[in-house]
Design a binder for this molecule. Structure first.
Ligand code: NAD
Length: 489
């Protein structure tokens, strides 16, 4: 049986590298984008392969820049100056480079920092426009800190690295709610023995295409990586691998696992149930978790589709972030204790009753409710794990009992279907990205694009822009665990 060489991050980094390289060829910016280079075995292979890939992509891009779009060089030179502004402008600056590199040459909005796209990026990020409110931490330093904290919390180094890789990737992709922000909760669970950092998953039942796994109450990343790698092996052998796990823990960003499948040339799918936080349509009490779904499909030359979403209007971490920043939440994210929508992040956090994707019944929230329940079918129910209201509450202080979460990992080998999947996938993303815009300032994106823009921004800034309150939490954690404090630049 062939062991797949996969990582959760290689695919997007290759794509990102190409994106930046293509922008460089056209715009010739002064700064060469660098890999954050955190020292995982996977990142070593990225470093080895990505430069070859970049060379391949760069040549035709130069031709397009000079022959196919005579205005591109001039346009980008002007835009490049925007990207040297503040961190907030950097988001915009990188976006514009990406637009040219993908032929998204209808994007002329890139010096305007107040667009809804920009607003969405701010919502996503713990970083703020005020320099005093953020602390820039190199990606490798964030990872070092996470590993140290986990190792000092009864977790073997190999498992600590897997968990840290996942958390760092979440921050790198702009999902700050599921990166460093989650570390303290994991640590608390480990110290309370609600989760076993040493546990290794085991296979309970297996067919050529399926496996039922016992996570043995191990760390979510350890269980998830094990299951997705198993699914990929099965997909390579028989076309499809479908693996369900019981007795798992919080597994972070669902997209981590689909990226792992994409790196192996497969279509990936992953879901998990979570502690009850969302009300079924017509109820004012939570019965389902935020139950995320991710589907990832590889395109050509590192392009791809990476849908990674909670089945609630937002992930609860987004509310935590607004609360941490003392900022309100939009209407439709969460209910107050009376069952009506609230904009107060603290009230929403205390009430812990999110709205399903779609919001109220009037705005089709029952569809999000249906998706959340579907996740339970494939996770808690199929895996024989806890589900819905049977799942424990998870608090910042750590839980007193095992979570017994159910999770689902699917890999599909496109080579078993119509030839040329990757080319058609890239054609699809290209069609979508180039559709006429409702507003010329707001380009059409496909799932995964916002994360790529965030990764580009992190590389340009040289680190992850954590909110000052997150840095404070890290400092407290280092004192508590006796690890070297996190270094902010
Ligand atoms: N482990 C857990 O218990 C758990 C629970 C909930 C969420 N999560 C994770 O939290 C993260 C955030 O979830 P979320 O629902 O808040 O994500 P989100 O709303 O930020 O993004 C959802 C998806 O929409 C895409 N997207 C965003 N803007 C777009 C646009 N304009 N056009 C096209 N596509 C666009 C993104 O690329 C992403 O794939 C995810 O990684 C998710 O897996 C984990």
């Amino acid at each position: 049986m062939q062991t797949p060489v996969v990582s959760g991050s290689r695919f997007v980094r290759m794509y990102f590298k190409g994106l930046m390289a293509r922008a460089e060829c056209i715009a010739a910016p002064t700064q060469t984008p660098s890999s954050h280079g955190y020292a995982t075995s996977s990142s070593m292979s990225i470093a080895q392969t990505s430069s070859r890939w970049v060379t391949t992509i760069a040549a035709p891009t130069i031709r397009r820049g000079m022959d196919g779009n005579a205005g591109a060089v001039r346009q980008l030179s002007a835009k490049a100056s925007c990207s040297t502004l503040s961190s907030t402008s950097a988001i915009v600056g990188v976006e514009q480079q990406g637009s040219e590199s993908h032929g998204w040459n209808k994007r002329n909005h890139l010096c305007s920092g107040s667009t809804p796209f920009f607003y969405a990026q701010q919502q996503r990020s713990m970083s703020t426009s005020g320099a005093a409110k953020k602390g820039l931490v190199p990606v490798e330093e964030a990872r070092r800190f996470m590993v140290d904290c986990l190792v000092n919390s009864k977790t073997p180094l190999a498992h600590a690295k897997q968990q840290a890789d996942l958390l760092v990737e979440a921050d790198y992709r702009g999902h700050f709610s599921h990166g460093m922000n989650r570390l303290e909760m994991y640590i608390n669970d480990l110290h309370k023995n609600a989760c076993n950092g040493e546990a290794v998953p085991s296979v309970l039942n297996e067919t050529p295409a399926t496996a039922w796994v016992d996570g043995n109450n191990g760390l979510g990343a350890v269980v998830g990586n094990f299951c997705m790698d198993l699914a990929i092996r099965k997909a390579k052998e028989v076309g499809v691998g479908w693996v369900c796990a019981k007795r798992s823990n919080h597994y972070g960003i669902a997209g981590w696992y689909t990226l792992r499948a994409m790196n192996a040339g497969c279509i990936g799918m992953s879901m998990t149930n979570t502690s009850p936080l969302a009300s079924p349509t017509r109820s004012k009490e939570a019965a389902l978790g935020t139950n995320p779904i991710s589907v990832g499909a590889p395109g050509k030359d590192g392009d791809g589709f990476v849908l990674d979403m909670a089945t609630t209007a937002v992930a609860v971490g987004k509310i935590e972030m607004q609360r941490r920043k003392n900022e309100p939440i939009p209407v439709g994210w969460a209910q107050g204790p009376d069952g009506h929508p609230t904009t107060d992040a603290s009230v929403a956090f205390e009430t812990a009753c999110l709205m399903p994707l779609g919001g109220t019944e009037l705005t089709s929230g029952y569809k999000g409710y249906g998706l959340g329940a579907m996740v339970e079918v494939f996770c808690g129910v199929l895996a024989g794990a806890n589900y819905a209201t049977k799942i424990r509450k998870w608090t910042h202080a750590g839980a007193d009992s095992e979570a017994d979460l159910g999770q689902c990992f699917v890999a599909i080998n496109p080579a078993c279907f119509a030839p040329g999947f990757e080319g058609r996938l890239s054609d699809l993303t290209s069609i979508l990205r180039n559709m006429p815009m409702t507003d010329p300032n707001h380009p059409v994106l496909v799932a995964g694009d916002p994360e790529l823009h965030h990764m580009a921004m992190v590389d340009r800034e040289g680190g992850l822009a954590y909110h000052v309150n997150q840095i404070k939490t890290c400092t407290e954690l280092s004192e508590r665990l006796g690890v070297k404090p996190i270094a902010v630049i």
